[in-house]
Design a protein around this ligand. Structure first.
Ligand code: C2E
Ligand code: CA
Ligand code: CA
Length: 386
């Protein structure tokens, strides 16, 4: 494998050569960006090691150059300026279209770089551009017809406790097409919001949930979570819809309503009223996607949330930097002191599960436990007889 490195500190060369040699890789070392750039254009690297501190030039200018050249080789960023800078540089590089294999603090290089190099597998050559998959995305008339035609279908994603027991399920909207395929929420919800169809869609979804009351009861769930869109919010109608669901599912499970914080900016008085009404009906109220908007803490102060769902981006980045771990830890301390139940979303690996449970998360949701699925599959996997 061809490792190509740019670092203006000549003392680094020996260390890096030793690491590369131990793994049987060649190293092309450059102390100036001019030599590095010329070499990258001549000998396509498999992996690039890039120091961010290059004297007068910064590594970020080199990142930009690599992106402009369309270089596909993954990048390992090195810096002596600490994890925070590395983390931001990693985001800049990724957003420029480069693949970042890792970011290593030079203070910990002896410990952190060799395993990163040992684990590295060069990406396969790009496959020929295949036929794009065309999805049958509806327009607003099509969506209205699908809603009226009973094609709205709830999918259910399990939410588990740290011992793996299913506690809750989140309902995610799908549209079932006549050929049996399904449209995802991303294709349906934004269209429903912009076309003024979110109320009929939500109503159709809730009807399906009420019809599924008996099988759902067999799961023994604490909560069934539904998402509410507060675009063009009608507090009275929305409250009436949730009241019907809460009443209809009494004796089966409690209802939790998930609101996204961004939605809370739109009309704060209406959203405050909605939040208060929902709690008065006995529903639980969760802040969805916590941490990614700009008003999370403000919204926590203003609305009667009892649950916080940590956005999946924090879970995905958990092991990328110490900063990510500390941020998540701080969110958990804050939630604990506010008495909030915390659900971590997007849990995909056992390592994430173990970290989150040790840190005090109450509930977990993600592909590790199950993707959103039709009711029949949920019953089969998690029903009491399963
Ligand atoms: P959300 O409420 O944040 O829902 C979680 C999304 O993350 C779901 O996408 C789910 O499939 C996905 N997900 C679950 N586990 C994992 C994981 O381990 N890794 C990753 N990468 N993703 C995971 P989905 O079903 O496409 O829903 C997208 C969004 O659409 C939802 O985000 C929610 O905001 C909205 N939505 C879905 N159903 C409804 C609905 O009935 N009403 C409203 N208003 N919005 C809805
Ligand atoms: Ca949600
Ligand atoms: Ca979410």
């Amino acid at each position: 494998m061809n490792l190509t490195c740019l670092d203006d500190d000549p003392r680094m060369e020996r260390t890096l050569r030793r690491f590369a040699g131990q793994l049987g890789h060649g190293l092309r070392y450059h102390a100036t960006s001019a030599a590095f750039k010329e070499d990258v254009l001549r000998h396509a690297p498999d992996l690039i090691l890039l120091d961010l501190e290059l004297g007068r030039e910064t590594g970020l200018a080199v990142v930009q150059w690599l992106a402009e050249q369309g270089v596909r080789a993954p990048l390992v960023l090195l810096s002596g300026h600490g994890d925070e800078l590395l983390d931001t540089a990693r985001r800049i590089a990724s957003a420029s279209g480069l693949t970042v294999q890792g970011a290593v603090n030079k203070a910990c290089m002896v410990r952190d770089l060799p395993p990163l190099l040992a684990d590295f597998v060069p990406p396969p050559a790009p496959a020929a551009q295949g036929q794009a998959i065309l999805t049958d995305t509806p327009d607003s008339d099509g969506l209205a017809a699908q809603i009226a035609g009973g094609q709205v279908e709830p999918f259910f994603q399990p939410i588990v406790a740290c011992d793996g027991r299913i506690c809750d399920a989140e309902v995610l909207t799908r549209i079932r097409l006549s050929d049996g395929s399904v449209l995802g929420a991303g294709q349906v919800i934004p269209l429903a919001e912009s076309a003024g169809l979110i109320l009929p869609l939500t109503e159709a979804l809730f009807e399906r949930l009420l019809a599924a009351r008996e099988p759902l009861r067999g799961l023994g769930l604490d909560h069934l979570s539904v998402n509410l869109s507060v675009a063009q919010l009608d507090v009275a109608l929305t409250t009436a819809l949730v009241r019907r669901l809460v009443d209809g599912l009494a004796g089966c499970c409690r209802v939790r309503v998930e609101l996204t914080e961004s939605s809370c900016l739109s009309d704060s008085q209406a959203v405050r009223k909605l939040g208060a009404q929902l709690r008065l009906l006995g529903a639980s109220l969760a802040m969805d996607d916590f941490g990614i908007g700009y008003s999370s803490i403000r919204a926590l102060a203003e609305l009667p949330y009892d649950t916080l769902k940590i956005d999946l981006s924090f879970v995905a980045e958990l092991f990328d930097s110490h900063k990510a771990e500390r941020l998540l830890g701080a969110m958990l301390v804050m939630s604990e002191s506010l008495g909030l139940t915390v659900i971590a979303e997007g849990v995909e690996t056992e390592a994430q599960r173990a970290w989150l449970c040790a840190a005090g998360v109450d509930r977990l949701q993600g592909y590790l436990f199950g993707a959103p699925m039709p009711l029949a599959d949920l019953m089969q996997s998690f029903g009491r007889a399963a």
